[in-house]
Design a protein around this ligand. Structure first.
Ligand code: SF4
Length: 185
């Protein structure tokens, strides 16, 4: 077994996503043990590391960019990961969060905090605390913000695809990824 300092490192993050893609990654079940033999997880919600400890070989990004903080984090992933992969329809196309793209921000805030059928807000204050990252005008897929090397479609992508792609990248053999594992729903 390799010393952890010799292993390639993997980082993952969820931006404007639902963590379903991370659940699918964990769904590779015992195969995860085989992956852990080969790689070391760096910044990822899986181990709750909030910061990179060093540069990584592979970065997996779930979710698109809906706010300024997502853009910052995605840019950091691009800088810190040799290979960056968009994971799932939200990262590839914006997904469900991008349903707001045809609606003005003003209308979104009004529906969420003032006029929505389940809203109780007697103060009529819309949250504007400085600690809240400002929303972008729309939700952007990751490749519109930084260069992305690979795309894993699906909502979420199959667990088997995670295993296959990670092993293919580690063995420098991406041509072996079977197209049957790709789906777009
Ligand atoms: S692609 Fe699907 S599973 Fe993945 S974050 Fe988006 S909604 Fe969730």
């Amino acid at each position: 077994m390799k010393d952890s300092s010799e292993k390639p490192r993997i980082a993952t993050i969820s931006l404007a996503g639902c963590f379903g893609c991370h659940m699918s990654l964990l769904d590779i079940d015992e195969a995860l043990l085989g992956i852990i033999e080969l790689v070391e997880f760096d910044r990822t919600p899986i181990n709750d590391y909030k910061h990179f400890t060093q540069k990584c070989a592979i970065g997996l990004v779930e979710g698109g960019c809906c706010n300024a903080s997502n853009v910052e984090e995605l840019k950091e992933f691009r800088k810190m990961c040799e290979v960056l992969i968009s994971v799932g329809q939200c990262a590839l196309m914006g997904g469900i969060p991008s349903m707001r793209n045809s609606i003005s921000l003003e209308s979104c805030f009004a529906e969420a905090y003032l006029d929505g059928p389940s809203v109780y807000n007697p103060t009529k204050i819309i949250p504007q605390d400085k600690t809240l990252p400002p929303l972008l005008d729309k939700v952007y897929p990751c490749h519109e913000v930084v260069k992305i090397d690979y795309f894993m479609p699906g909502c979420p992508p199959d667990a088997e695809l995670f295993k296959t792609i990670l092993l293919a990248l580690l063995n420098d053999d991406t041509a072996s990824i079977p197209k049957e594992l790709l789906h777009y729903d």
